[in-house]
Design a binder for this molecule. Structure first.
Ligand code: FES
Length: 166
């Protein structure tokens, strides 16, 4: 991980929505999970600032919230890009060179897996098997699936999304 951090900025509307989610699950046993899922939907990720609001709202400790957030892979501590690039590092993809594909994505976007570009356009994740092993190595950009990806093709794939924004 690099130390490139995106500062947290939440709007009053987002906070209002979060308070509503907290209110809905406040007295419910096991309410923390649905609250965190809701919070991630609202903010896109779960920075410390949001975890603090959840902890205060539910009357539990920040360390309890943090423990759950870091335990489940569905929760992210880092913001995600508009285009989420996922490179499968499952066994079938790995043996076909998925690590090289990931490296190429990281080099081109100049961030590491788990991070988001400063302009918020791209984030990278290394994922487990996505169930398309016949197409190994597999890379996804949001819902778009790219199979049998070579390192040479990576730049062209990413450019399609950069162009969409141009
Ligand atoms: S290992 Fe990559 S799709 Fe299954």
């Amino acid at each position: 991980m690099s130390d490139k951090k995106t500062p947290f900025s939440g709007s009053p509307e987002q906070e209002k929505k979060l308070m509503k989610v907290i209110e809905d699950h406040k007295d419910q046993r096991g309410g923390l999970m649905p609250v965190l899922q809701g919070a991630q939907e609202i903010y896109g990720y779960l920075p410390l600032e949001v975890q603090k609001m959840v902890a205060m709202g539910l009357g539990i400790s920040l360390s309890e919230v943090y423990g759950v957030v870091t335990f489940y892979s569905q929760f992210s501590l880092e913001p995600k890009g508009k285009f989420k690039v996922s490179v499968c590092l499952g066994t079938a993809c790995y043996v076909k060179g998925a690590d090289k594909v990931l490296e190429e994505v990281e080099n081109i976007l100049e961030i590491k897996a788990g991070e988001c570009t400063e302009n918020g356009l791209f984030s990278i994740d290394a994922t487990r098997c996505v169930g398309a092993c016949g197409l190994a190595p597999v890379m996804l950009v949001n819902e778009d699936v790219y199979g049998k990806v070579t390192t040479e093709e990576v730049a062209g794939i990413l450019k399609k999304y950069t162009d969409m924004e141009a």
